[in-house]
Ligand binder design. Structure first.
Ligand code: MLT
Length: 207
């Protein structure tokens, strides 16, 4: 189903009748859309409910989840606003689609990983876990939120053209200080995902 209400164009894929009590929240990269991560999610957790919004900010026609001033330089006011709007959308969609009792695990790639990290840090009770593929540090939270025991996968790349390795270390430190259970996977290539990223996410996905 594609729907444009709640401010976000999105797809919702209903869970299989005996599927896991999990909703995967899918957050695409810059220039992507709500369809991009559905095949990956279906491989990772067959039968789960999928909630896949399209980022509402357009950069030269390419959807993103928040504005940026340059590569890796984020508009922090817009990031805050968009993160809060996305949180509202997730809560209202969970009620609307009858999956409010599900745990919510985010799968985000690149710009989608950055807003997923922002959701974790600004709305620490909302997500039950997050797999962040090629994330940066969205912002530096003060004070650090309580993410005790929330599992987070950071899937970084050794030769990422966009994300410097120091950013992976810094994000890991922020999340660990917040109490999250951080797992780091290092992909040997660049920003694009490889089969090893998919395998790492499958192994990481909480039971
Ligand atoms: C971002 O702007 O979120 C990151 O630079 C990743 C990207 O979308 O290129």
């Amino acid at each position: 189903m594609t729907a444009a209400d709640s401010g976000f164009i999105h797809r919702f894929v209903a869970p299989a009748p005996s599927g896991p009590k999990t909703t995967l929240l899918l957050l695409h990269g810059t220039g992507g859309d709500e369809n991009d991560l559905i095949p990956l999610a279906q491989r990772l957790l067959p039968g789960a409910a999928l909630l896949s919004p399209r980022g509402r900010v357009l950069e030269h026609g390419m959807p993103r989840f928040f504005r940026r001033l340059g590569e890796g330089v984020f508009d922090l006011d817009d990031l805050k606003l968009q993160t809060d709007e996305l949180a509202r959308f997730i809560i209202s969609s969970s009620l609307r689609y009858g999956v409010a009792g599900n745990r919510i695990i985010a799968l985000g790639y690149s710009n989608g990983a950055n807003i997923a990290a922002s959701l974790l840090l600004r709305h620490p009770k909302l997500l039950h876990g997050a797999a962040l593929f090629r994330p940066m540090v969205p912002f530096r939270p003060q004070p650090v939120p309580d993410l005790k025991d929330v599992p987070v996968l950071l899937a970084a790349a050794r030769h990422d053209q966009i994300v410097r390795p120091e950013l992976t270390s810094e994000l890991s430190e922020i999340l660990t200080t917040a109490g999250a259970r951080v797992t780091i996977h290092w992909h040997p290539g660049g920003h694009e995902l490889g089969p090893d990223d998919v395998a790492a996410a499958k192994e990481w996905l909480p039971e």
